[in-house]
Design a protein around this ligand. Structure first.
Ligand code: NAD
Length: 420
């Protein structure tokens, strides 16, 4: 995994988080074991023809973590550092994420070990279609529904939808979400993760008495999620974006950066670094920027015991999955920093994915306003549900969100019973 010590295993982190909540809820051995194990895992090794005529074998994974509450749902990631344990952890987090916003899904995740930055569009298409074909008997609109994640996008989903549909002999738009609108995608899906995150930041700021107008924001990872959060906090809430970064480095400006202009600059040059009027800073400095809201929106394990005490934000809003290690969580709690945990803060994406799937199954589509209003209702309601649990159990937000989610999954497991 990028930016982490090789000793940190994300699945161990995910399991430690389950144990904390299982202790709190006094869950017995059997249920606890179910929660700590992925239900199904598929590993595929498959050849892809490269542009020079040679072929290479790639390895991909699909993990369906828990399906007690419904079909499983989760993105597909293309990255050189993908590992089975990373995919397991991400699939577990998807299970809790769907439960925390109370949408009728279990959790899954997929990944292919590859370096998409060094592959041509043709190579990426052939890799995607072959991977889709390899996992086709494992996915489906009633079984497991992939979506985009790091370095995959709506085009990737279109290829998967087409490959799956070719095998079935008819069009199956509901097999993936995050599709282009022309193929049954939903209005608002592209910006849903960032939009959902901006709603929970607004709710937390309200509760903490922080005025969002003029609030200082630092964002690590100016990609899909990070750029949308920046744009919405800037445009809709009047906040000031003072630091940003991507994989090439960070930039800052105490007077505020216009995120739309940075986006245009990144589009032209490939990075935020060098944006006119900004000062270059390191990624670590982005995390340590004095601000009201820090938004980690890149990869996991960015905030650890090593740097958590240097964070000078009032709110840490986790647009990324798993950016905070448990030791860092404790430090934030001690310092009175409010964490908006990933399973809530970035659940806007999966929520609108659910809306997309529901629209595909009905063959009836909603307007952007309808999508955003429903998303706002889900995010605001889920924030309130999480805060209720936090107060009832005197725990911080992450544990509260896990309590809410795991209790819902446990209820489903118990009421369904153990087969046979
Ligand atoms: P993306 O590929 O669009 O963006 C990732 C960004 O992070 C890129 O700008 C990249 O340059 C940057 N980055 C990579 N390594 C970095 C580093 N070390 N320091 C700083 N920046 C770095 O991906 P995304 O879809 O925006 O996903 C980002 C995070 O949000 C991931 O953790 C993902 O799992 C999570 N997430 C995304 C969605 C979604 O709908 N896109 C939904 C839920 C969660």
């Amino acid at each position: 995994m990028a930016n982490q010590s090789p000793a940190v295993n994300p699945f161990e982190t995910a399991q430690r988080q389950i144990d904390i909540v299982a202790d709190l809820l006094q869950l017995n051995g059997g249920v606890r074991q179910v929660l700590k194990h992925p239900k199904r895992e598929l590993t595929v090794n498959f050849p892809v023809r490269m542009d020079d005529g040679s072929f290479r074998v790639y390895t991909g994974y699909r993990v369906q973590y828990n399906m007690a509450r419904g079909p499983t749902k989760g993105g597909i990631r293309y990255h050189p550092q993908v590992s089975l344990d990373e995919v397991r952890a991400l699939a577990a987090w998807m299970t809790w994420k769907c439960a925390v916003v109370n949408i009728p899904y279990g959790g899954s995740k997929g990944g292919v070990i590859c370096d998409p930055k060094h592959m041509s569009p043709g190579e990426l298409e052939r890799l995607t279609r072959r991977f889709a074909s390899e996992i086709s008997s494992f996915i489906g609109p009633e079984v497991d529904i992939p979506a985009p994640d790091v370095y995959t996008d709506s085009q990737t989903m279109a290829w998967i939808m087409d490959t799956y549909s070719m095998q079935k002999g008819y069009s199956v738009p509901g097999v993936v979400t995050g599709k282009p609108i022309s193929l049954g995608g939903s209005e608002g899906r592209g910006e849903a993760t960032g939009r959902g995150c901006s709603y929970v930041i607004r709710e937390a700021a309200k509760e903490l008495g922080i005025k969002m107008k003029g609030a200082l924001i630092a964002v690590q990872g100016f990609g899909n999620a990070g750029s949308v959060v920046s744009n919405l906090l800037h445009d809709e809430q009047g906040a000031k974006i003072v630091a940003l970064s991507d994989s090439k480095g960070g930039i800052s400006n105490p007077d505020g950066l216009n995120p739309h202009a940075v986006e245009e600059y990144k589009h032209k040059t490939g990075s935020v670094v060098g944006f006119p009027g900004s000062k270059p800073i390191s990624n670590e400095e982005v995390l340590q920027t004095p601000c009201d809201v820090l938004v980690p929106a890149a990869l996991e394990n960015q905030l650890s015991a090593k740097n958590a005490d240097k964070v000078r934000a009032k709110i840490v809003a986790e647009a990324a999955n798993g950016p905070t290690l448990p030791e860092a969580d404790e430090i934030f709690f001690q310092k009175g920093i409010t964490v908006l945990p990933d399973i809530l803060a970035n659940a806007g994406g999966v929520t609108v994915s659910y809306f997309e799937w529901a629209q595909d199954l009905q063959g009836f589509f909603w307007t952007l306003d309808e999508v955003n209003q429903r998303l706002e209702r889900v995010m605001v309601g889920s924030y309130a549900d999480m805060r209720k649990q936090a107060k009832a159990h005197s725990v911080h937000n992450r544990t509260a969100a896990y309590v809410l989610a795991i209790q819902r999954v446990v209820d489903a497991i118990r009421i369904r019973g153990i087969y046979p």
